[in-house]
Write a protein that binds this ligand. Structure first.
Ligand code: ADP
Length: 396
């Protein structure tokens, strides 16, 4: 974390919020006791605004004004306010019910069930939690072809080698390459006619549109269909107990990805990038997208970071190698590690024998395992934060 973000105090945030007045009640929102659950993390600020449920929709400008007031502070990277009616309605887990006027982007309303178990301690109105799945980590990239799926598969396998129960959901419905990479063919079946049983290989449970439609079949998806296909693969699948579900997101930072980030209860996201995207600032787009919807960015992985000659093993820097590390520091996120451009990685993933399982002693497998360690450490820190549930500040 940069020094600047450390200097941000709760008092500063509350002082900024005192400038925001509730137009109906004629006082500032802090003195009126509307602000609670303040969380400050790496310069990202989250808090809830307790309101009368009847006034929810009407108070959207107030919510926006509160976010703006906090965002205007130096050292604040993002501010997210969520309206709740905590004292009046409590969800099954005893937590506040987000009121249906929550968020920007117009995607925040997922039906009445969304509030209780899905709302995170950071105040993020996440989608409904999936029973049995402890954490969900998205693997994202700003564009296709950077090695996102290859990274997702090897990361999932490295997490599994740590002894975790791992699932892998290929939500890249435009080019589902996970079945080929993890060496699974055939179609999933149902046990009870309702839920699909995930396919399995190398100890990982896997679901992909590629099991249902061949990889080379062009699929035309309209916006809402994308989300409903992904939600079905997430919720209508017999995942069982999982420590972590890795979700390979479709490439890009458009609406489909944003909706995913909001509708799926993500613990965090990992961004895969090549050195040239980092130079083109594509990574910034990815980070901003997740921050906007309050999904913690666990860090950046630099893929195809440098080239190792298969004959003489000489290392060649293709683009400016090391850019991810510098960018990660700039964005106050973690640099998770680098993976070289190496034929062995390509061949093994294209043949369905990912390097982490087919060449576990190679330095590349060690690099994936080191990344998995960091990812899991960060995810656990976030899970701990979410499980705390107790607001740090409750105004009377
Ligand atoms: P994305 O999911 O970003 O579209 P893929 O994971 O499908 O990208 O990778 C695209 C191609 O690049 C695949 O053929 C894959 O085997 C190859 N590839 C990915 N990472 C590496 C790497 N580090 N070294 C060599 N080839 C790689």
């Amino acid at each position: 974390m940069a020094k600047a973000a450390e200097q941000l105090t709760e008092q500063q945030i509350l002082d900024a919020l005192r400038a925001v007045r509730d137009p109906d009640r004629g006082g500032d929102i802090v003195s009126l006791g509307m602000v609670s659950g303040l969380i400050v993390k790496d310069g990202n600020v989250g808090f809830t605004l307790e309101v009368d449920p009847q006034r929810g929709a009407k108070l959207e400008p107030l919510r926006k004004a509160a976010e703006k007031a906090v965002e205007s502070l130096p050292n604040v990277l993002s501010a997210t306010a969520v309206m709740t009616s905590e004292s009046r309605q409590r969800g099954p887990a005893g937590r506040a019910q987000p009121v249906a006027a929550g968020h920007d982007h117009g995607h925040a309303h997922h039906g009445p069930a969304q509030g209780g178990p899905g709302a995170s301690a950071q105040g993020r109105p996440a989608g409904l939690a999936i029973s049995g799945i402890r954490s969900i980590i998205a693997v994202a990239s700003a564009k296709g072809g950077v090695g996102k799926s290859t990274t997702a598969v090897n990361l999932a396998l490295a997490l599994s080698q740590k002894g975790l129960k791992v699932g892998l959901l290929d939500s890249d419905i435009y080019g589902p390459s996970i079945p080929r990479m993890i060496g699974i063919t055939g179609k999933p079946h149902t046990n009870d006619g309702k839920k699909l049983v995930p396919m399995e290989n190398y100890g990982i449970k896997c679901m992909s549109m590629g099991f249902l439609v061949p990889e080379d079949t062009p699929m035309i998806w309209r916006g809402p269909m994308v989300m409903s296909a992904i939600e079905q693969m997430l919720r209508d699948v017999e995942w069982g107990e999982l420590d972590v579900l890795i979700v390979d997101l479709p490439p890009g930072t458009g609406d489909a990805q944003l909706t995913m980030a909001q509708r799926v209860p993500l613990t965090g996201a990992v961004i895969v990038s090549t050195p040239q995207d980092i130079a083109l600032l594509d990574v910034r787009k990815g980070i901003n997208m997740f921050r906007k919807v309050d999904v913690p960015v666990l860090g950046i992985i630099e893929n195809m970071s440098y080239f190792v000659c298969p004959h003489c093993h000489e290392v060649t820097e293709i683009f400016s190698h090391g850019g991810a590390q510098r960018e990660a520091a700039k964005f106050e996120t973690e640099f998770l590690g680098e993976i070289p451009l190496d034929m062995a990685i390509r061949e093994t993933s294209d043949e369905g024998r990912p390097i982490v399982v087919s060449q576990p002693d190679s330095p590349h497998s060690a690099a994936y395992r080191a990344i998995a360690d960091k990812v899991w450490d960060r995810a656990q820190a976030i899970l701990g934060l979410q499980e705390k549930k107790v607001p740090r500040i409750v105004m009377q």
